[in-house]
Design a protein around this ligand. Structure first.
Ligand SMILES: [Ca+2]
Length: 183
């Protein structure tokens, strides 16, 4: 009995050691934002980012979420830093059915920035920066390959309302605030 028990322990131990070598756990981080500081469909209440093996998954929660195609949308702007110099390197913008992915060097997300470049597939089609609305959350999925397969990544999120998106914004927590580094 005792030998059998020891053998079982050894086998179980070997198995446990083997698992982390083949599968890297997802890394995630989330933060809250104050509710009531913007109109409901632009009012971020929670922001969660998960880095998987091949995907950056961002979930932005609002006081109210509407389906795409309606009169009012839940605009989302993501700024992604992969280099650590403080400035964002990529920008994802979702406004209803309008989406863009671009490289950027600033928080202004210049419209002249190169669009979609690293996020096109072999046929030159836009690759999946996809998003969906569910309950009170807008989920945006960005392939890490679009970002150059970085070893670390951090993200800042904002929404806006009114005609000028740089004037009336609701940032996740505070302006230009990144999550911690996800690896
Ligand atoms: Ca808010």
């Amino acid at each position: 009995m005792r030998i059998r028990s020891v053998l079982s322990t050894l086998v179980a131990g070997a198995f446990l050691v083997a698992v982390p070598a083949t599968a890297q756990a997802d890394d995630y981080y989330w933060l809250k934002d104050r509710a009531g500081d913007a109109p409901a469909t632009s009012d971020i209440t929670r922001f969660k980012v998960t880095k998987t093996d091949d995907m950056l998954v961002t979930k932005v929660s609002f006081r109210k979420v509407v389906k795409p195609g309606g009169e009012r949308s839940n605009p989302v702007e993501l700024y992604i830093d992969t280099k650590g110099n403080g400035r964002p390197d990529h920008r994802v913008m979702i406004q209803d059915v309008d989406q863009s992915f671009s490289k950027t060097r600033s928080w202004n997300g210049s419209e002249n920035d190169r669009r979609w470049g690293s996020c096109l597939d072999d046929l030159g089609e836009r690759r999946a920066v996809t998003y969906q609305t569910r309950a009170k959350t807008v989920t945006v999925r960005t392939p890490l390959s679009c970002l150059g397969d970085p070893s670390k990544v951090r993200v800042a999120a904002s929404s806006w309302y009114g005609s000028d998106r740089h004037v009336k914004q609701d940032w996740a927590h505070t302006k230009h605030r990144y999550t911690r580094w996800l690896r």
